[in-house]
Design a protein around this ligand. Sequence first.
Ligand code: SF4
Ligand code: MG
Length: 330
Amino acid sequence: SAPVLELVDLERHFAGSGGTVRAADGVTLTVGRGEVVGLVGESGSGKSTVGRCAVRLDDPTGGTVRINGTDVTTMSRRALRPLRKDFHLVFQDPSSSLDPRMTVGQIIAEPLKLHGIAKGEAARARVAELLDQVGLRPEHADRHPHELSGGQRQRISIARALSVEPELLIADEPTSALDVSVQASVLNLLADLQRDRGFGCLFITHDLAAVEYLADRIAVMYLGQIVEQAPTRELFADPKHPYTQALLSAAPVPDPTTQRSRERIVLSGELPSPLAPPAGCRFHTRCPLAVDRCRTEVPALRTLEGGREVSCHLVAEDGTAPDAAEPPAA
Ligand code: SF4
Ligand code: MG
């Protein structure tokens, strides 16, 4: 059967002050049934744009978005409505997505009513069940979002998203607005629910420890493009793209034996503006390994043996990759 989410050459360009912002620039990504795919990269890399385009909160300006095999790229909002129960987005900051005038019970029950799944007593019973599943009590149904903690609010937006049993959940930095002390419990909740229900998940984050814990596969974004994609374990054990190597070198190492290079790679310079991405390899202005060719020639995203993908001129056909922690002496 078709994957729950397929992005093919997804592009979102929009007019910003000073020119065209290339927020997403040719992103091809698949989330299989029951699969958790992590989308990582620093802020400004276009991760959120990809998530928002995938659920049509933002409109793509090119490429294709398919949900369960249905092309939704240019589907009207009205035509999209009945499909909305198949996919949900959980935001970074739940306070912006929970209506402050509604009770928690109403917030969770709303999608059930919208999609004609349950109303009245049946909806109330379902709300109680969902509250229990996200670790809250039945009496929370009568509260308003502002009476609850950030962690509780995020549990409510998860309950709301899961109320209609979606096949795809897109979680955009679901814990980064929360206190560090409650982040782990919300991540554990997501992991438990995903395992029990088997929904596909696009997990967008800059938290590498979280993505290592949750994701089956990881795609790394830089300036609107995917530069590397691999199963989680392989990516952490053997990052091939110099940017991935730099990202991972800055992450805490849960198991030192799994990390090939633990030497910290400090990138020079800022993330360039998506208004004017550098020519050639977009990473060349910061890459410790850049050679002449990188300034002019765009590296293709190549599929290596075993299905990993990487876009770097210096990665050999057999997957041999240089170590950005040890650049050759100039
Ligand atoms: Fe670095 Fe060149 Fe590879 Fe780009 S193509 S990541 S600049 S070595
Ligand atoms: Mg973001």
